[in-house]
Design a protein around this ligand. Structure first.
Ligand SMILES: Nc1ncnc2c1ncn2[C@@H]1O[C@H](COP(=O)(O)OP(=O)(O)OP(=O)(O)O)[C@@H](O)[C@H]1O
Length: 269
């Protein structure tokens, strides 16, 4: 089945400044297992895109393409205007510094003070020497404090991170994202392990962090198992099934039947 709509209004070509992520006929195979099968899609600057679909549909694989951890087996991929496969290791590092990743696991270093975990968001842009210096004596402490305040955590930057509650640690991870200041945020089931109230809270916080003081919005692509969360927090829903895009619509076009169609539809031809 072809997707209901693969939106591409305003697209004028590969160099179009508003395009953050573009896949053209992208397939990904793990051995003989086809995880993505000829996917076409375009994500524009400032969009909040939810990836939904049943388990094994290809959502994580698609997000992996965005951050360069997965390489297309076939097709053309552009991320922030470049093709990751064509980059040198150094250029790939530079690209990754512009992309924020959020996972179910927070990847914090528990025994380290909070400030270091927040500053880890800068590692992609700091040189090695600077990173080591900051471990000895934390750099950019005021910015770390501001980021923590923005996510609603008190001023104690020097407490061990693993002494904080699970919810507070989640906020430290979001403060790390904030100091990284990425142009594109890729979040792979960031709230899967949380109860509904916490999931709502984290999604609200994450979406709030996308808003920049300049009035611009960072782009978000987030995979979510909770369809209602996707509709409440995103402005576009892309459904994958069997490695194919089966639906791509603005949330205003989501109706009562959409959920059933996503989860009960037969896979595409
Ligand atoms: N590293 C891998 N090696 C082999 N097969 C893989 C690998 N990663 C994913 N797959 C397979 O590719 C398909 C798509 O997996 P993917 O994790 O992208 O789906 P998903 O939609 O994110 O699933 P879930 O919602 O369960 O996380 C699945 O059939 C999966 O088993």
């Amino acid at each position: 089945m072809s997707p209901d709509r693969v939106t591409a209004p305003g697209e004028t070509g590969p160099g179009h400044a508003g395009i953050v992520l573009r896949l053209r006929g992208v397939s990904v195979a793990y051995g003989n297992r086809l995880a993505l099968d000829g996917v076409d899609l375009t994500v524009r600057r400032g969009e909040r895109v939810a990836l939904v679909g049943p388990s094994g549909a290809g959502k994580s694989t698609l997000l992996g393409l965005g951050n360069g951890t997965v390489v297309p087996t076939q097709g053309r991929l552009d991320v922030l205007g470049v093709e990751p496969r064509a980059l040198s290791p150094g250029a790939l590092r530079t690209l990754r510094a512009r992309i924020g990743s959020v996972h179910q696991q927070l990847h914090l270093v528990g025994p380290l003070p909070v400030v270091h975990n927040v500053n880890a968001g800068r590692l992609g842009s700091w040189g090695r020497l600077r990173a080591v210096r900051s471990l000895v004596r934390p750099l950019q402490v005021d910015e770390a404090r501001t980021a923590l305040e923005r996510v609603g955590i008190g001023p104690d930057l020097h407490v061990r991170t693993d002494r904080l509650s699970g919810g507070e640690q989640q906020r430290v991870a979001l403060a790390r994202l904030l100091v990284q200041d990425p142009e594109l945020v890729l979040a792979d089931e960031p709230v899967a392990s949380l109860d509904p109230a916490r999931a709502e809270d984290v999604m609200r916080l994450l979406c709030g962090l996308l808003e920049q003081p300049t009035g611009h919005r960072r782009t978000l692509v987030v995979s979510l198992h909770d369809f209602d969360l996707a509709v409440r927090h995103c402005d576009r829903v892309i459904a994958l099934r069997g490695g194919r895009v089966v639906l791509d619509v603005p949330v205003e076009e989501v109706d009562e039947g959409t959920r059933a169609r996503i989860y009960d539809l037969a896979p595409g031809p």
